[in-house]
Design a protein around this ligand. Structure first.
Ligand code: DAH
Length: 350
């Protein structure tokens, strides 16, 4: 191998060892720089004759071109490698799952309310909603619970400033005020028929909503839900209450052998009054009596406050706790879980 070929090979070897552009520039200087090996060879030509210069010059030029080509090739290779590395580093993994929006869902108590509305709806009950800030009249007095009545002490609540007996002054302690509110509207709508003696269509309504009491433990929350029920007509009896409520409970809990017990109790706005207990025949709660509602035949004073004649109109009412129904249906043992807003708990009901 002649000297020039060896030089070209040496240059190629040196270039290909370079792993960075700086390495490559150093290598280039060794061959093509001012005092590089090729430059030295060219300087050496000064002593040659004209003919020798021609042939030697051509040969050195070829070698120079070969070295420059090798240099360019390696430069390109380094640039390609750098680009490849950069692309690799910046690569997007398109197989990663996208960021998803959290999926919301109905609160378990809302699911229960929907269920209650659907079941009573199928039995011809209207659904009504009313104010949570209530007057003393609707919350107590109209419901046969005058100011000095001892039953008021079981309904300690939160009062708002500036209220009077007729202006809203308290957070309602139950949904029972809706009995009066709804009935009064109904009576107004059918006043002509009532006055003429034809009589009004029956009142059949449920009123779900939030209620408030000064109470807080594993089974009581200062805010809780109730659902009121009212059926008033000319011939509505306690038997109808039993049929309706039994039908409701069996449908709600999807259990045909569910047993109900009407246990005598007291409420100022009903007479007689009963607490409704249910008993499952199978499952984890089997055999225990579980209280789910208060109920009774609407007191004549309450019927009167609805604007109706208690000699002609009669019916029943009930008030149940959707929170408790939800706990029983899903086997939840602490009411407070419903109101903590913990997504790990709530998502289990979707
Ligand atoms: N309002 C009662 C309470 O909160 C529950 C109740 C009992 C409602 C008897 C009624 C009823 O409609 O007839 O304790």
């Amino acid at each position: 191998m002649n000297e020039l070929d060896a030089l070209v090979e040496a240059a190629q070897a040196s270039f290909s060892k370079a792993t960075t552009p700086a390495d490559l520039e150093n290598a280039k200087a060794q061959f093509l720089g001012k005092s590089g090996r090729l430059t030295e060879l060219m300087k050496g030509m000064a002593a040659l004759s004209v003919d020798e210069k021609k042939s030697r010059g051509a040969a050195i030029n070829l070698a120079k071109q070969a070295i420059e080509a090798a240099l360019a090739a390696h430069r390109q290779a380094l640039a390609d490698a750098e680009l490849a590395q950069q692309l690799q580093a910046e690569a997007l993994d398109v197989s990663l799952p996208g960021r998803q929006r959290g999926q919301g869902g109905l609160h378990p108590v809302s699911l229960t309310l929907e269920r209650i509305e659907a079941i009573f709806g199928s039995m011809g009950f209207d659904v009504a909603e009313g104010p949570e800030i209530e007057t003393d009249w609707f919350n107590f007095t109209a419901l046969n619970t005058p100011e000095d009545h001892p039953a008021r002490s079981m309904h300690d609540t939160f009062y708002v400033e500036g209220g009077t007996a007729t202006a809203p002054n308290l957070l309602r302690t139950h949904t029972s005020p809706m009995q009066i509110r709804y009935a009064v509207q109904h009576v107004k709508r059918h006043q002509a028929a009532i006055v003429s003696g034809v009589g009004m269509p029956e009142i059949r309504v449920i009123a779900p909503g939030r209620t408030y009491r000064v109470d807080s433990d594993a089974t009581h929350s200062p805010m809780f839900h109730q659902c009121e029920g009212l059926w008033i007509g000319e011939n509505v009896s306690f038997k109808d209450l039993k049929v309706v409520f039994t039908n409701f409970c069996r449908t709600f809990f999807e259990s045909d052998d569910l047993v109900l017990r009407f246990r005598p109790s007291f409420f100022p706005f009903t007479e007689p009054s009963a607490e409704v207990d249910i008993q499952f025949q199978s499952g984890p709660l089997a055999g225990r009596w579980l209280e789910v509602a208060g109920s009774g035949q609407v007191h004549p004073n309450v019927v009167r406050n609805m604007g109706l004649d208690p000699e002609r109109y009669i019916g029943f009412a009930f008030g149940m706790g959707p929170d408790r129904l939800t706990m029983l249906r899903y086997g939840v043992n602490d009411l407070r879980l419903f109101f903590d807003g913990d997504i790990r708990f709530l998502s289990q009901f979707q």
